[in-house]
Design a protein around this ligand. Structure first.
Ligand SMILES: [Zn+2]
Length: 433
């Protein structure tokens, strides 16, 4: 009886969850020149639209438009001469479908696996409990809190080290995901790396000769919010949950514009935008938490990867198009990582592109995590943009295809390993001199 009641409760809450999205239309737009680019940005800002994919010349953008703004939006596109195509007339259907697929995957989940399964996107509590379990079971694993989020959630990370971080010389590799809350498919990439470094180790040298820091959920408030309440007008789907002035309408700071590198020079000062940079560099507890961990390992840090989605790209600094002194090495290692991923990727996905962020996507950004880390000096700092999940039919963007979760973890690990192996190779060469 109770079971039945809860069953109906669950089903009805799932069905109700996406009501806010009813009639939302997903547009693909083709920007032909810089003027159109600027015009589109202005329209997006004016109507508080949700950009699912950065738009630039040669790269189609995806923009989610509420039903009541559709006519205005189309009129603006025609006025500016920007070609558009409707990819989904009612995104709610796709979101409901995603839920159904997730629920089906969850029902047949194999609970006997020692790690977390790769058929669903796990919630914050599940991930935290898992990290704790690993720390309890493996002597070389510790779980720490980097600090608390705006809403008081611990920002947990794993330390994996054969000597409990006692070495003063061993290289450190730092992986981070879900700084942008809605980029769900980045979580399996972190979880897969953890599995391959703790439970199912195939290459001992990676574990013995490198100290690893892995922070799977860098923005826990934003992440939980995207699971429980998604209304693009107020949700700020990538940001944290900062109480900005007048925050009930426009909460949140884009944490990847809040780091202290060229802060505020290529980001938004308006709280209602998706790229709002906050009230100052490191104004947010989440970015402070990441900074604290970075500071502990700063002189040993050799590789940093901030995992985002989407677009199949490996990007390096700086976000103002200035190249770091070691740009040649960054490019070489980036290409190695991309080739390893491309070798195992799904054939319907595009090949990874590698380069300076502005060169690759013609988009300037300031205050990003990987730029901040790159400013430390001669180390390797990258932003990964994982593939879009279903670049088939008319579903795209941040939605997660359960069938792709394992693949996302597996293929991204190929790239991470290539980077980590380069770090060890460089060490060996330096020591041989
Ligand atoms: Zn992102």
């Amino acid at each position: 009886m109770y079971k039945l009641f809860f069953f109906f409760l669950t089903v009805s809450s799932v069905l109700a969850k996406h009501e806010d999205f009813f009639g939302h239309t997903l547009y693909e737009v083709k920007v032909l020149n810089d003027n159109q680019h600027r015009y589109l940005d202005e329209v997006v800002e004016r109507f508080f639209l949700d950009k699912w994919h950065a738009t630039y010349t040669g790269q189609d953008g995806l923009i989610l438009v509420p039903g009541d703004i559709k006519e205005d939006f189309q009129r603006e596109m025609i006025h500016a001469g920007i070609p558009y195509e409707i990819k989904s007339n009612n995104i709610k259907e796709q979101l409901d479908l995603e839920d159904e697929l997730m629920a089906a995957a969850s029902a047949k989940m194999n609970r006997s696996t020692p790690g977390l399964s790769f058929d669903v996107i796990h919630r914050y509590e599940v991930v935290n409990n898992y990290l704790q379990r690993l720390a309890n079971s493996y002597a070389n694993v510790r779980v720490e809190s980097a600090g608390k989020s705006v809403e008081g959630r611990d920002i947990r990370y794993l330390r994996i080290s054969s000597d409990n971080f006692q070495s003063r010389t061993k290289p450190v590799v730092f992986l981070m995901s879900l700084l942008h809350a809605r980029e769900w498919v980045t979580l399996p990439a972190s979880l897969y790396a953890i599995e391959k470094l703790v439970i199912d180790v195939r290459d001992r040298t990676l574990v013995n000769n490198i100290d690893w820091i892995i922070m799977p959920i860098a923005n826990p408030d934003g992440y939980e919010f995207t699971h429980t309440n998604v209304n693009p007008h107020v949700a700020a789907p990538g940001k944290n949950r900062a109480r900005n002035a007048g925050w009930s309408m426009c909460p949140g700071v884009d944490l990847n514009r809040n780091f202290d590198h060229n802060w505020g020079t290529a980001s938004s000062a308006s709280p209602c935008t998706e790229t709002f940079h906050g009230t100052g560099p490191f104004s947010e507890p989440e970015t402070q938490a990441v900074r604290n961990v970075l500071n502990q390992v700063r002189n040993r840090l050799e590789l940093f990867i901030d995992i985002h989605s989407f677009g199949s790209m490996i990007l390096y600094g700086f976000g103002n198009r200035q190249l770091p002194p070691n740009a040649l090495t960054l490019n070489m290692v980036g290409v190695r990582m991309a080739q390893r991923i491309d070798a195992v990727k799904w054939s319907n996905k595009r090949n990874y592109r590698v380069g300076n962020i502005v060169d690759v996507i013609n988009y300037r950004a300031s205050g990003g995590s990987s730029d901040y880390v790159q400013s430390f000096g001669n180390l390797l700092s990258f932003t990964y943009e994982l593939p879009a999940y279903r670049n088939v039919a008319n579903i795209n963007g941040f939605l997660v295809d359960p069938a792709f979760i394992y693949q996302a973890g597996m293929e991204t690990w190929e790239g991470i390993q290539a980077g980590a192996r380069y770090v060890l190779e460089r060490r060996r060469m330096a020591e041989a001199k």
